[in-house]
Design a protein around this ligand. Structure first.
Ligand SMILES: [Zn+2]
Length: 167
């Protein structure tokens, strides 16, 4: 059974086109049903943006544009130390690369999230989008999954009742 986006097929198509055009990327998009609390991810090796289809409208739009921001950074070499470590095998990463990843990660996340909020307001002007990645309790961490791949981890505080997750 194919998964459905929370914003309807037509608007989902419009959002993907908007993201590709505004970021100058040609990434693929894939709806997923994460069990881990992850909101979305960008898979660099496949140039694919994955978004959890159970997110509510505003969060879905913001998350898609956030992940598209990572695709943009990857393509154009912005915060390169951060984006080029994501998705690699942990044992292949040097200590220097790991430290650089940790140091630049929060800046990279804030950068893409600010762009995502601005574009979300443009795409969906009836709602008000803000980046909430500015709070000091946020921490960047280097996560290694069961297969040994590094992922871009950031704990993002959410309002009560919203999903907690990695972005
Ligand atoms: Zn992110």
């Amino acid at each position: 059974m194919s998964l459905k986006s929370p914003i309807g097929e037509r608007e989902y198509e419009r959002l993907k086109k908007f993201a590709r055009e505004r970021f100058g990327i040609s990434s693929q998009f894939k709806l997923v049903n994460y069990q881990s609390g992850t909101l979305g991810t960008y898979v660099r090796q496949k140039d694919t943006i994955r978004i959890d289809c159970r997110l509510r409208r505003k969060e879905f739009i913001l998350t898609l544009l956030h992940e598209a921001g990572h695709a943009y950074c990857t393509k154009y070499g912005i915060f390169r130390d951060f984006h080029m470590v994501s998705g690699r095998i942990y044992s292949d990463i040097s200590r220097k690369e790991a430290l650089s990843y940790m140091r630049t990660g929060i800046k990279a996340e804030r950068y893409v999230d600010r762009i995502a909020a601005r574009l979300a307001n443009e795409f969906d002007p009836r709602n008000h989008y803000v980046s909430n990645l500015a709070e000091p309790e946020q921490r960047q961490y280097l996560e290694v999954n069961r297969k040994g791949f590094v992922s871009a981890g950031l704990l993002k505080p959410r309002k009560r009742g919203e999903l907690d997750g990695k972005i």
